[in-house]
Ligand binder design. Structure first.
Ligand SMILES: Cc1cc2nc3c(=O)[nH]c(=O)nc-3n(C[C@H](O)[C@H](O)[C@H](O)COP(=O)(O)OP(=O)(O)OC[C@H]3O[C@@H](n4cnc5c(N)ncnc54)[C@H](O)[C@@H]3O)c2cc1C
Length: 394
């Protein structure tokens, strides 16, 4: 049998990796999860993020497998990390203006690079990993080569970027989002904001050279790191507001399933089991990297197999209408599209489909519907609810 890839992108590989990791997800994870042992050595963490991000494997499946092996107490640390993902998704969904604000800040910072040669030079050195800060330079190289960084390394990179190198956080967030194979608009943007001191007002994360040496088992000894965090200034975040209302799938109407990187696991959802599907499509324009390509191709193949319908790649969402008409359907069904580039394009996509008399239905998963109402304040408010939520989600 071929060895499992380091970072699983397909469902079969993700299930294999989950089975491999489950024995380590209890006390061993709680003790070892913050150590960054270097490329090829990230065995103390699951490395399931690229598959979870695309829902090739679900949060519920991962949590249930770990709970079944270890029970609630020993599994608490790992489960809490999975809930961080849901927390960021739910928080951003109820404050989508923070995503728009990030995009505006990123674009303004890119303009500043064109005007300011000193800023452009420091930014270029950071991106190329030529700052002279050993750990930072290594991590930028690892990110470029593997598309992955350990969570603790991501925190140090973001902190050094913002507070030691004095670079706009939005440029760092954009660079990471682009390079990560698990790049996720909510987890990435909000984690950068958390490090910068913009999520929990006034509380920033400051990287420390001695701690980096300890957590990398002596591989690095970075010098000259900032000893003070100057928190970027911005207006307070808006209050939480209800997430987008969506049209749910109509089980009486034949449908075309649309697999996106936001939910490539439609065939796992009970709602979809009952739908009269006539075909399944994915867009080439969403296959931005090897993880997207593999997850979309795998999602297409699984759905085609599950419903015994034709699978097809289309160029972009502009072709959805034609594909639906060719399949003889007036309904396109997909997973809920949360804040991010695809949601930004939704109004145009929906308007085009409506003009042809087609409806776009989105399915909000039970997991999200149950947990998101608890994602309006800080993470610790959600954390207290995890035991009760697990009972509801079981
Ligand atoms: C600056 C910064 C940027 C980040 N950008 C992303 C991103 O774009 N996409 C992304 O999925 N995660 C992001 N994270 C969160 C976290 O670093 C990764 O989810 C984690 O490192 C993935 O590795 P793993 O699957 O081995 O995690 P494990 O430790 O095995 O955790 C299991 C799962 O829980 C979730 N998870 C774990 N930690 C976090 C966390 N802190 N926040 C949110 N979810 C978490 C992930 O889905 C992960 O796969 C970022 C963190 C920081 C500090």
């Amino acid at each position: 049998m071929a060895p499992a890839p380091t970072f699983p992108f397909t469902r079969a590989d993700a299930l294999f990796r989950l089975a491999q990791f489950v024995p380590l997800a209890g006390a061993a994870y709680a003790m070892g999860r913050n150590f960054d042992c270097g490329p090829g050595q990230h065995d103390r963490v699951s490395r399931l993020s690229a598959a979870l991000r695309r829902r090739t494997i679900s949060e519920g499946e991962v949590v249930q497998a770990v709970l079944a092996e270890h029970g609630p107490e020993p599994a608490a640390s790992f489960i809490s990390e999975v809930f961080w993902r849901t927390y960021w998704k739910g928080w951003l969904e109820q404050r989508p203006a923070i995503w728009t604000r990030y995009l505006a800040g990123r674009d303004a910072a890119r303009q500043a690079l064109l005007r300011d040669p000193d800023l452009a030079g420091r930014h270029g050195d950071a991106v190329a990993g030529h700052t002279g800060i050993d750990a930072f330079d290594h991590w930028m190289g690892e990110l470029g080569e593997t598309g992955y960084l350990h969570n603790w390394a991501r925190m140090q990179v973001a902190s050094i970027w913002i507070f030691t190198l004095g670079l706009p956080w939005e440029l760092g967030a954009a660079h990471m989002l682009d390079r990560l194979r698990d790049g996720d608009p909510a987890s990435n943007t909000l984690s950068w904001r958390w490090v910068a001191g913009l999520h929990t007002a006034g509380k920033a994360y400051l990287a420390d050279g001695t701690r980096i040496a300890a957590m990398t088992e002596g591989r690095f000894a970075p010098q000259g790191l900032a000893t003070q965090a100057t928190i970027p200034v911005e207006a307070a975040a808006p209050p939480a507001a209800p997430w987008r209302t969506v049209t749910p799938p109509d089980p009486a109407v034949p449908a075309l399933a649309w697999i996106t990187p936001e939910d490539a696991g439609l065939e796992q959802e009970a709602t979809f089991a009952a739908l009269p599907l006539r075909g399944v499509v994915a867009c080439r324009s969403h296959a931005l990297n090897e993880a997207d390509r593999a997850a979309l191709a795998d999602g297409l193949a699984r759905a085609a197999d599950r419903w015994q319908v034709p699978a097809q790649w289309i160029d972009s969402p502009t072709d959805l209408g034609e594909a639906a008409q060719a399949a003889g359907t007036r309904q396109i069904v997909t997973g809920y599209i949360p804040a991010g580039p695809l949601a930004d394009a939704l109004p145009t996509i929906r308007a085009t489909l409506q003009a042809s008399g087609l409806r776009l239905a989105e399915h909000l998963r039970h997991w999200d519907k149950t947990v998101w109402p608890h994602c309006r304040r800080g993470f610790f408010a959600l954390k207290q609810e995890i035991p009760a939520l697990l009972k509801q989600l079981a």
